[in-house]
Design a protein around this ligand. Structure first.
Ligand SMILES: Cc1cc2nc3c(=O)[nH]c(=O)nc-3n(C[C@H](O)[C@H](O)[C@H](O)COP(=O)(O)O)c2cc1C
Length: 257
């Protein structure tokens, strides 16, 4: 699917935002009702990791392709039983690479495995990120060029790409989103959880909306109509839910947009 087609399906809708330890094929299928897109992972790619599981897959290309294929096919089968094979939500995976090679191999594995839209995790942390330049530390000045380099690799790999960041890492995302847009990145996802518990940082979202025409996904404390509307009202194109989907499998059908 090209990005025009994907964005038409996502515009004004809700999606399941990735949760490491939760978002495998079974969980995504169980939360798909009312979702425009489900996000698997994070899939963290770390060469030296010995113990492998759904969230720490082997980064070797064939093994990674096989692993993603198995996840996506299981999901497609489960969700086609629920909604029919023409109504399967868009498949995204939140991928946390640790090297240039991981970025290249995971992009290729993701496409071969039949994923629809790759999300680069420039949002989380696994320890050692500041020195390594991974996760949310990709946004700090020491590692910004690496973020742009990885974005370029992903765009050149051919599949649509989302870059995901979160508030609180840098004060202003204007420069980053401008550069990412120029590189040809298709979409930007911002977690707008504010400093205070339950508070959405709407100013941050608004400032990103003003800075870029990229398709904009936002997540952060969405649990009902009001909290979803507030993100759409300041410019989100598509709104994600994570925490509220943990306890309520039907949350996406309860929000009427
Ligand atoms: C348990 C849990 C695990 C998460 N894991 C990831 C992850 O692996 N990758 C990622 O980019 N975001 C992760 N997130 C962030 C969510 O995708 C989302 O952006 C954020 O929690 C805001 O949405 P919410 O308030 O609806 O939870 C996680 C959130 C939770 C609660």
């Amino acid at each position: 699917m090209d990005f025009d087609e994907l964005s038409t399906k996502l515009k004004g809708k809700l999606f399941l935002s990735s949760m490491m330890g939760k978002c495998d094929a079974g969980f995504c299928a169980s939360r798909s009702r009312g979702c425009s897109m489900v996000q698997f992972g994070a899939f963290v790619l770390l060469e030296e990791r010995e113990e492998r599981n759904t969230y720490w897959p082997d980064p070797e290309i064939d093994k990674l392709t096989e692993f993603m294929k198995d996840q996506f096919e299981t999901y497609r089968l489960e969700s086609s039983k629920l909604f029919g094979k023409n109504n399967i939500p868009i498949i995204s995976a939140n991928v946390f690479p640790c090297s240039d090679e991981d970025v290249e191999t995971s992009a290729s594995a993701f496409i071969k495995a039949g994923g629809d839209i790759y999300e680069l995790n420039a949002h989380g942390g696994i320890g050692g990120d500041r020195e390594r330049g991974t996760g949310s530390m990709l946004f700090i000045p020491e590692h910004t060029q690496k973020l742009f380099h990885w974005a370029k690799i992903l765009v050149e790999a051919g599949g649509p790409v989302i870059i995901k960041g979160r508030g609180g890492v840098i004060p202003d995302f204007t420069y980053h989103v401008n550069q990412l847009e120029q590189i040809g990145v298709h979409a930007f996802h911002i977690n707008v959880r504010g400093e205070k518990d339950g508070e959405q940082d709407l100013e941050l979202l608004e400032s990103i909306r003003k800075a870029t025409d990229m398709f904009l996904l936002a997540s952060g404390y969405v649990k009902d109509n009001k909290s979803a509307e507030s993100l759409f009202s300041v410019g989100a194109d598509c709104v994600g839910i994570a925490t509220a989907a943990m306890n309520d499998p039907d949350i996406f059908t309860k929000i009427n947009l």
